[in-house]
Design a protein around this ligand. Structure first.
Ligand code: ADP
Ligand code: ASP
Ligand code: MG
Length: 410
């Protein structure tokens, strides 16, 4: 019987009753003969509550202090879970990220894990303890507390599983697996028994918040068997795997969406070498990540240039673009915050044609205007008006028969 890492998200530890239920599950796993490492999130709503407190003082607080603040959410949960374990007769010890020595770089609020010193954890496991670790946090080489970005407890769990060579990393959450799309938006969404790392990575990076992107990256890189399951009900969940022959021959495995984007356009810029650089250079110098980019074909020696950024970066990007537009002598700058990105993901796209046209047809039938399009080998993304998000997701879910009602031959 090997070592298992279990991660419980915010809702799963959202109350004392829930924490007690988690303790029971952990104890049961240990009684099956496994060594168990548990990674927990802050109780649901806690991270947002802490952010709101900080914002009452300052809209952009010092990143170092913000991380000190946010890391406390998870520290509460580890202590409470250990107490609940003790109460039912299980030996358990809690550790913050810094105590484990989850070493990260110093990029506050989005730190990357560089290494993990597993010595103390291994010692505790050998002594028969359950080890409970605060998710989402680490420490840099100067001893500063860092956090790993929203949803970062997933990454803590996978990184611990990789460092300890665990048999499986189990992500317990409030849904019973990875679905064809967010079941809160499309109730007909179907749970997948398996999904490939490649597809899960695309789904996560295109907005499916069920797993943090870095967690999937890590699991793929270090070959960690990863499973998403419900902490509320029994079941096999969804296994994230490398592609294998037994997998469903689906063209599309899922639909992801991202509500956090905004679109900026500069009209009438000169069509000459260096323009893209003049526009995007200053944006990137401000550490703003650009997602989709479109440059139109030039008419009368000028062209239009559109790109998307994270909504949080929109006000700053707009300021920068207005300045650049003045320097370039552009005609106008336009911005739109009320957009979303909707994406189809599937490794089957490689071997099937006509996916894009089916997608565009389904959106057209609903009268949904496509504002931008981008494609890669296993995904097609469109930007549409925010108000059509639900309609668009459901139309695509239907058009690609993701609920699985049609006969297999179709
Ligand atoms: P936790 O707090 O446990 O980390 P999250 O809220 O981060 O939970 O992730 C679980 C949520 O992800 C679900 O409640 C669901 O609304 C959302 N979600 C988005 N896309 C998907 C998907 N394709 N499959 C399952 N859940 C999804
Ligand atoms: N508590 C953090 C968040 O809400 C990290 C996590 O839950 O994974 O994003
Ligand atoms: Mg999460």
């Amino acid at each position: 019987m090997g070592l298992i890492v279990q991660k419980y998200g915010g809702t799963s530890v959202g109350s004392i009753e829930r924490i007690q239920a988690v303790a029971q599950k952990v104890k049961a796993t240990q009684e099956q003969g496994h060594q168990v490492v548990v990674v927990v999130s802050a109780m649901s709503g806690e991270t947002n509550r802490l952010i709101a407190l900080a914002h009452e003082i300052e809209t952009s607080p010092a990143p170092r202090e913000m991380d000190v603040l946010l890391s406390t959410g998870e520290q509460v949960t580890i202590a409470l879970l250990c107490m609940a374990l003790h109460k039912i007769g299980a030996d358990a010890r809690s550790y913050t990220g810094a105590q484990v020595q989850i070493l990260t770089d110093n990029a506050h609020s989005k730190a990357r894990i560089r290494g993990i010193d597993g010595i103390r954890v291994r010692g505790d496991l050998q002594a028969g303890h359950v080890v409970v670790i605060a998710g989402f946090q680490g420490v840099d080489d100067q001893g500063n507390i860092t956090t790993l970005g929203r949803g970062g407890s997933d990454t803590t769990a996978v990184a611990m599983a990789a460092a300890l060579n665990a048999q499986e990393c189990q992500i317990f959450t409030d849904v019973d697996g990875v679905y064809t799309t967010d079941p809160r938006v499309e109730p007909k969404a179907r749970k997948l028994d398996r999904i490939t790392f490649e597809e899960m990575l695309e789904m996560a990076s295109l907005g499916s918040k069920v797993l943090q992107i870095r967690a999937v990256e890590f699991a793929g890189k270090y070959n960690v068997p990863l499973r998403v399951l419900s902490s509320f009900e029994e079941g096999e969940g969804t296994l994230i795997t490398f592609e294998d022959e037994g997998m469903e021959d689906a063209k599309i495995s899922g639909i992801a969406f991202n509500r956090d984007e905004a679109k900026l356009t500069v009209l009438g810029v000169p069509d000459e070498p260096g323009v893209a650089y003049s526009i995007l250079g200053p944006v990137s110098n401000a550490n703003i990540e650009v997602d989709m980019i479109i440059q139109n074909i030039a008419e009368d020696d000028t062209t239009d240039f559109t790109f998307t950024v994270h909504r949080n970066d929109y006000p700053q990007a707009l300021e920068i673009l207005k300045e650049t537009s003045g320097i370039l002598g552009a005609r106008e700058v336009l911005g739109n915050e009320n957009i979303v990105k909707l994406s189809l993901v599937g490794v089957g796209m490689r071997s099937h044609s006509g996916i894009a046209s089916t997608m565009f047809e389904a959106l057209a039938k609903e009268g949904i205007n496509i504002l931008m399009i981008s494609t890669s080998e296993i995904k097609i993304s469109v930007v549409i008006d925010e108000k059509y998000l639900e309609l668009g997701v459901r139309a695509l879910h239907e058009a690609f028969d993701l609920a699985g009602n049609l006969p297999a031959e179709m």
